[in-house]
Design a protein around this ligand. Structure first.
Ligand code: FES
Length: 390
C-alpha cells in the first residue's frame, strides 16, 4: 500500500492539474518516482489487468508468471478447469516460489525450505516446524481472476472494480473469433485507420461506405456486427463514462482479408468463422491490453511497467487450435505484419522517452484529427488518478 503524507498528497494533486487541456503531459509525469508509485497503486493495482491467454495454460497445473513492477503472480489452471492466480511469495519467509516464467506443476515447492502448496494455493506440507501452526492460515495469497472467452484478467485490488460491464461488452464480440480454442505458435495498409477527418477525401469515404454496406449485409448473416464505420481509429477510451474497455469490428480495405503483408489469408479460419471476409476485430482494455484479430490469426500485446523508465512488452500470436505450423501456416508469413509495426512503435516510444527526459521538453498541442485517442487516454488517466487521490 502506498502511504502518502499530506505534503506528498498535495504535491501529486497539484501535478495532476498541470496538464494544459489538449496538450501532452508535462515532464514530471515521466520522471517523478512518487507519481510512478501512485500510478502503480491506483492504476495498476487498482484496475483489471490482462495477464495472458487461456491457451497458454490448457491443462491442470499449467502456469505462467506475470510480473507487475515488484509483484510476481502465478496464474495457474486448476484441477476443475478454472483459472486462479496467487502472489508468487512464500508464506514462510517470503522467497519467490516459481522462478521459471511458465511450466506445469503438480504442486508448488518453495526452493528455500520446501514449504509445499497445492495448485489451489493451499499449504500442504512443511518440515521442521513446531506443533500448533495452522496450515490453513498460510496458503498462498489469492489474486482476483476472471477468464473471459480465452482472455485472462487479474486484479490486485482488495476489492476490484466492476468487471461485468466489460465482460458483457467484450465477450459477444470475441466469441466468434474462438480465442478460447486458439493455440499460440512459438500495419497499416490493410485498414482505414490511417485516414482521418482532415485527409479523408471523397473517394476514400465512398470506398469505406461501399465496403461497410457490403460487409454489413454479409456479416449480419453470420451474426457479426460492424461497430465502427468511419475512417480513423475508433474512439477510445471514454473518460466521461468510465469506459476502459472496447471491442470493435471494422471492415478491411477491398482486397484484404487478413492483416498480413499482402492482405491474404495465411492460416485456417479461426473460431466460428465460415468465410475469411470478417474484417478485423480489436479488443482493448486499459491499462495494458490490445488485440487485433483477423479471420485466420490474432495478435495480442500486453504492456507492463517495470520501473519508472522501463516497460515490458509481450506479444502473442494465436491461430486456431487445429492449425499446424509448417503445414497450415508459416511463421514467416504470419509474423512480419505486426512484428514490423510493433518494432516501429517501440522505436518511436524509446525516442519519445529520450526526448521527454530532456530538461528542455515542453508538451505541445495534440492534433484533434489524429491524436484524439491520446487525448482521451490522458483524460482517462488524469481522472482515475484524481479520483483515487480524493
Ligand atoms: S521461504 Fe519458502 S520455505 Fe522458507
Amino acid at each position: 500500500m502506498l502511504s502518502l503524507n499530506a505534503e506528498e498528497l498535495q504535491d501529486l494533486k497539484q501535478t495532476l492539474k498541470t496538464r494544459v487541456p489538449g496538450h501532452g503531459l508535462p515532464r514530471p509525469f515521466y520522471h517523478r518516482e512518487l507519481l510512478y508509485q501512485a500510478e502503480l497503486e491506483f492504476i495498476w493495482r487498482g484496475g483489471w489487468l490482462f495477464a495472458g491467454h487461456s491457451c497458454q495454460i490448457p491443462n491442470p497445473g499449467d502456469y505462467f508468471l506475470y510480473e507487475v513492477d515488484d509483484d510476481s503472480m502465478i496464474i495457474v489452471r486448476q484441477d476443475d478447469g478454472t483459472v486462479r492466480a496467487f502472489y508468487n511469495v512464500c508464506r514462510h519467509r517470503g522467497s519467490l516460489i516459481c522462478e521459471a516464467g511458465e511450466g506445469s506443476v503438480k504442486r508448488f515447492i518453495c526452493p528455500y525450505h520446501q514449504w509445499t502448496y497445492d495448485r489451489a494455493g493451499r499449504l500442504i506440507l512443511f518440515r521442521g516446524m513446531q506443533a500448533g501452526i495452522d496450515k490453513s492460515q498460510l496458503g498462498l495469497q489469492a489474486v482476483h481472476t476472471r477468464e473471459l472467452e480465452g482472455l485472462i484478467f487479474i486484479s490486485l485490488a482488495q476489492e476490484p472494480r466492476d468487471f461485468d460491464a466489460a465482460a458483457e461488452a467484450i465477450a459477444s464480440m470475441v466469441r466468434p473469433q474462438g480465442l478460447k480454442h486458439a493455440s499460440h505458435p512459438q500495419y497499416i495498409r490493410a485498414n482505414f485507420d490511417q485516414y482521418n477527418a482532415d485527409d479523408t477525401i471523397d473517394r476514400i469515404a465512398e470506398e469505406l461506405a461501399e465496403v461497410t454496406a457490403r460487409s454489413a449485409t454479409k456479416w449480419a448473416a453470420q451474426g457479426l456486427a460492424i461497430t465502427v464505420n468511419h475512417t480513423g481509429l475508433a474512439e477510445f477510451p471514454d473518460p466521461d463514462r468510465n469506459i476502459w474497455y472496447a471491442a470493435d469490428r471494422t471492415p478491411l480495405l477491398d482486397g484484404y482479408v487478413s492483416e498480413t503483408m499482402d492482405g491474404q489469408q495465411i492460416a485456417p479460419l479461426m473460431g466460428a468463422y465460415t468465410d475469411p471476409d470478417v474484417g478485423t476485430l480489436r479488443v482493448r482494455t486499459l491499462p495494458n491490453l490490445w488485440n487485433h484479430s483477423s479471420c485466420d490469426h490474432s495478435v495480442t500485446t500486453r504492456i507492463t511497467p517495470n520501473g519508472l523508465h522501463h516497460t515490458n512488452i509481450r506479444m502473442i500470436w494465436l491461430v486456431d487450435a487445429k492449425a499446424r505450423e509448417g503445414t497450415d501456416y508459416q511463421l514467416d508469413k504470419m509474423l512480419p505484419f505486426w512484428l514490423l509495426t510493433s518494432e516501429q512503435d517501440w522505436e518511436i516510444c524509446v525516442r519519445q522517452q529520450r526526448g521527454v527526459n530532456s530538461h528542455a521538453y515542453l508538451p505541445g498541442p495534440l492534433s484533434t484529427y489524429k491524436e484524439y485517442n491520446l487525448d482521451r487516454f490522458l483524460r482517462w488517466y488524469l481522472k482515475e488518478m484524481s479520483e483515487a487521490l480524493g
